[in-house]
Design a protein. Structure first.
Ligand code: GDP
Length: 302
């Protein structure tokens, strides 16, 4: 239900346009595919992903000898899920250790919803009975530490911090020690997101990661990249920048409720080969959903 509600914008543009297309065309022909291609591109699915999808659709339609457009609609959903999953079901859950400390590094550009997502994830883990600690690793942006503390209070989770302007690597060192000595299950680490100075930011992230690796072998167990769905193809560019600098293991795609271009999920998966683990569907603490391609695609047309 929440999923359906959060995807209203995408549903009312993308899904309705596909439904309308299917209603207008009785036969599956070249014009039908051309219009479908336009709709998919408008939904931010991404040109190369669209081409791949249309090719596969054409092949499938031929193979099954489909003539009725109504039947094609089912194949479209099927293929969208298949393209997302890349032949195998994607692991959309967090890599939480069976025992001992799990460290999750959260990266992304300012304003994408990083702090909010950390709060939501902390709350979710907390509700699952895990003890959680937050590390205020964005020591650069004014107000970032305080904002994280507000979320910490809201969800009942403590924040390890130093003063603004201090070395983020030192904050991480403290946070890992605190998490170890308190036998915490999950340490969620916020990081800076000033992309104006890309080289410095990436160096800082590398340093932070090195400290974590040194203090807990095998960590970080996840590097989550937060992307804003409303920024469309820009989100893809950001994803490329971050995944070049660090080994991103999953994506949190925020503000899906605020865009009609939900196709960006497919573009990210298909072009970067990084699974979307969570989607943000609003500003409130429980507006975060584990991502599942089947649920997503079928939810769009339901
Ligand atoms: P940060 O700078 O990356 O830490 O971004 P914030 O967490 O401060 O979020 C920036 C803005 O986006 C805030 O107003 C959030 O309430 C809002 N936001 C975050 N996630 C979502 C989401 O999934 N949906 C909507 N509609 N707003 C969101």
């Amino acid at each position: 239900e929440k999923f359906k509600e959060g995807l209203m914008k995408t549903r009312s543009s993308f899904s309705e346009r596909v439904n309308d297309l299917v209603a207008r065309y009785r036969k599956v022909d070249e014009d039908f595919f051309e219009e479908l291609e336009e709709i998919l591109i408008a939904a931010d699915v991404g040109v190369s992903t669209v081409m791949e999808l249309i090719d596969e659709l054409k092949t499938e339609v031929k193979k099954r000898n489909i003539q009725d457009t109504k039947e094609v609609q089912a194949v479209i959903s099927e293929k969208l899920v298949e393209i997302y999953n890349g032949g195998e079901e994607q692991k959309n859950t967090l890599n939480i250790q069976e025992s001992g400390l799990t460290i999750i590094l959260v990266v992304g550009v300012n304003g994408v919803g990083k702090t909010t997502s950390i709060g939501k994830i902390a709350n979710k883990l907390n509700n699952e009975g895990k003890s959680v600690l937050l590390a205020a690793g964005d020591t650069f942006r004014a107000g970032a530490i305080q904002q994280l503390e507000v979320w910490g209070e809201r969800v009942g989770v403590e924040v390890i911090k130093q003063s603004e302007g201090s070395d983020p690597a030192a904050v991480m060192y403290d946070a890992v020690q605190a998490a170890k000595s308190r036998n915490v299950d999950v340490l969620l680490c916020d990081t800076a997101g000033r992309l104006q100075n890309k080289v410095n930011l990436m160096k800082e992230l590398e340093k932070v990661k090195r400290v974590i690796e040194r203090e807990l072998p095998g960590a970080p167990h996840e590097v989550l990249l937060v992307l804003d769905a409303t920024t469309g193809q820009n989100a893809l560019t950001q994803a490329k920048t971050f995944s070049d600098a660090t080994n991103v293991t999953g994506i949190v795609l925020t503000k899906l409720d605020g865009t009609a271009k939900g196709g960006i999920v497919l573009a990210i998966r298909n072009e970067l080969n990084i699974p979307v683990k969570f989607v943000g569907l609003g500003e409130k603490v429980d507006d975060l959903q584990e991502f599942n391609a089947e649920q997503y695609v079928y939810g769009l047309f339901a």
